[in-house]
Every structure is written in structure tokens, then in C-alpha cells.
Design a protein around this ligand. Sequence first.
Ligand SMILES: [Zn+2]
Length: 491
Amino acid sequence: MTHYRIQTLQPSNGFVQIHMQFRATTDVVYLQLPAWRPGRYELANYARNIKNFNIKSETGEAIPFSKINKEKWAVSITPHTNVLVSYEYYAQQPDAGNSFVSEQLCYINPVNCLLYVEGMEQLPCQVELPLTPTAKVACQLNLNGNKLLAKHFDELADSPFFIAENLQHHTIQHGTCLFHFWAAGPVELDWNQLKSDTIRYATIQEAIFGVLPMTDFHFLYLFREDVFRHGVEHASSTVIAMGPGKSMCETIAYNDLLAISSHELFHVWNIKRMRPVEMLPYDFTKENYSKLGYVYEGITTYYGDLALVQAGVWNLATYFKSLSDDFKKHLNNQGRFNYSLEDSSFDTWVDGYVPGVPGRKISIYTEGLVAALVADLFILSQTKGAYRLDQVLSEMYQLTYVQQKGYTKALYQQLLEKWSGQSMQWYFNQLIEGKGKLTDALIEALSWIGCELETHFNDLGLIDCQLKIKDNRSTEQELLFKKWLNLTASA
Ligand SMILES: [Zn+2]
């Protein structure tokens, strides 16, 4: 068991105090701080937030240590000694993947700030929280008294939490799963509407995989006063930082809140459970390179919005506007001629989350969505609406997560070919490994459902783009279009 204790002695100075206790079993132990966090595929440098690092025995004697890289410490010790590690962590980043402490809120992402002992990752972990009698705790982990319990470090690292006196908490039961909605920060929102819309899109997502694989799911909403948008997925929760919270009752902001929430829920299956073989398990010590970002982010970006229109939560105009915005981003990125989708996935570890050098690369989110849409429409058109990408995902989930395996590009290709009944070598050669072919494939795929892109240059010299239904679409195209969006025949 590794025991952690968190204190917020003076939250106004931005630091939390962290104490870690474990029993050494060898004469040298290595302490590791995660070098990155799942959901953001680049190195993080969390160690720069640590100060006053010290190690003692249980009798209070200082234990010498040395750093062997920027987030790893070596400690020489007598075996069977209880070791106490203490430090302060600067928690002043109120986004969905970092930590933030104030007088009102203690928000911790353990993956940022808790160390683990190399070789002891599989042992249970316990986190003692700084709770007042009236404080509320939002977390996917079980709370026992004032302690959160995790089966192992990996589960702890995946379990951010909010502690506050004035957290809003709403719930709704859906089948075997209780959905929790926690809100920190100022917000104006129709919670009953959000609850019912959540159930509607969750039902669509659940139908793809045939199972909702958790008994509780927690939306941890951090509402800010500025314009902000960031979400991070976890196995049975998500943190979503949005702002301004006071605008969440307005249609555009509310639709965006639904979009990010639906995206993060889809990750419950696609990345938190079904995962590329090279990320199973996650290695917190270094880069976890994968060329499959178009599966775990591209398909998720595609289905996040698709589930909203299929559920009737979004109308067609809202969905078309969202897709048009994505296509606009795609058309204005010259990187589509310079870099392939799979190489762009690999290179999130280089520059994935900043604009980077103009025209250097493409996005596993935007271009990944385009590739997912083309795959879905290809299967739909080849099978006259009998099958689609849903069947590929469902079978891949059964063959990988359910059998405790990761997926590979070869398996994904094999399943696309099985459900389309066609070779899809062209798809991988041109859209995944090739450059500059996504746009033509997108335009062709849209024609199968009787849609087209209307484009023109705006005053800034950028391409504006609108997705439209063709006036003269055939009955066959119309039927496929309705199948695509789950619209009833009379819609
Ligand atoms: Zn995502």
C-alpha cells in the first residue's frame, strides 16, 4: 500500500502540501513522477511545480536522495523502513488536465503531482484528503471516510477530484449507471435539460458497443469566468473546464458543452478501455508513441457530434455547422499536403497541442474526423446502409478490451474490410499513410449521401466552407443520408 496525504494549508499561495508514505523493500528505491498524462500525448514537465522536496524516515531522520532525471529520484535506504516523502506542488492551472487550489476549491489531478515507487505500481493506493465535515468530494474513486481508495497507481493517476463546500451535485440513473454532474464555479444552466440530453446521447453511444461499462459516471465541470474549453477523459469520469459559466444557458455555449461532454463520454470505450497495443499499459516514464491517433481521437471527434444529432439533441443545422467548421479548419491547413495522418499522430509528442510551424502537420482530431467520416460513409454505401463504422468499433471492442488486448492498425483494417466487404488498402495508402488525399476523399464520400461542400475565399484570404444537401439528390442518396443520421424515413 502506498499512502498519500494532501493538505491545503494556505490555498491562497497556490501550493498544496503532499506527503507520501511507503515501506521500502529494497536498499535503493526509485520515485517517479509521471512524465505525461493520458489524453495529452506530449511530455508535461510537471516536476517544475515541485518545491521543498524532502525525504525522512519515520523517526524523523533525513534520508539522502538524488535526482537521476527531471522526474525521477533515487533513494538509498535500509530495507523495511517506512519512508516519508514530502513536497509542495504549485496547483494554479484551472484546465481539465492540471490541478488548481483556491480558498473555494481543491482540484487535483493525481497524475500531475503524485509520485509512485518503481516496482510498486500494482499495489493499492490510499489518498487522505483535507476534508471539513461539510466538504463535498467529486471523484470516480470510492471514498472511505476521508480517504480515496485506488486499486493501483494507474487507477489513481486516472482519478482527478474536486473538493469544495459548495459543489453543485445532480444525478440521474440510466439503466445500470448513475450519472453524476458536479459543478465548481459560477454557472447558469438548466440541469434537467442537461441530464435528459446526456441520457439521450449516452444511449446512442451505448448501443454501438452494447454495454455501458461502469456503474457510476462523473462529469466534473469546472466553470470559469473567461472564455475557455477543455476536456479530459477518464475511465468513469471526465473533467471539463468551460467558460464563461454564466453563458452555459445560451444555445451556442450549451451546444458546445454537449459536444465536449459527448466526446469525453465516447472515450469511455475508445481509449480508456479499447486502446492501441502500444499504450497497454500506459508507460508514465516516457513518450508512448502511437500512429493510431486517428482511431482514438479522430473517431471520437466524429462520434461525439454524430451521437448528438442521432439522438435528436442537436438539430441538423447545428450538426452541419459543426462539420462545416471542422472542414474549414481542414481546408485552411496546408499541412494536409505535407504530412500524413499517422505521422501527425506520432508527432503529437513533438508539437501536438500548439499551432506549431505553419503548414507542418495535420490534426488527429480534425483530419481524424474526416478519415472516420469517409470510413463510415464507405461502409454505409458499400452495404446499402446495412452496416457502418459502428460494427467495426463494436467488434474491435470485443476482440481487444474484452480479451484484455490492445488493437493494431492491421486489426482495424481487417475489420473495416470485413464490414465493408471491400479491400480498403486504398484508404490506408491514401488517407492514413498518404498526404493530400483527404479532401478529395471527403468530397467523394459526401456525394454518396447527396451532400456537397460550398466553398469560397473570404476577405481574410481563408477558405469558408458550408456543408449542403444537394438539390437534386437521388432517392438512394436520401435513404443513405437518413441512415447515416438515424433519421426516420419521414424526417
Ligand atoms: Zn479526445
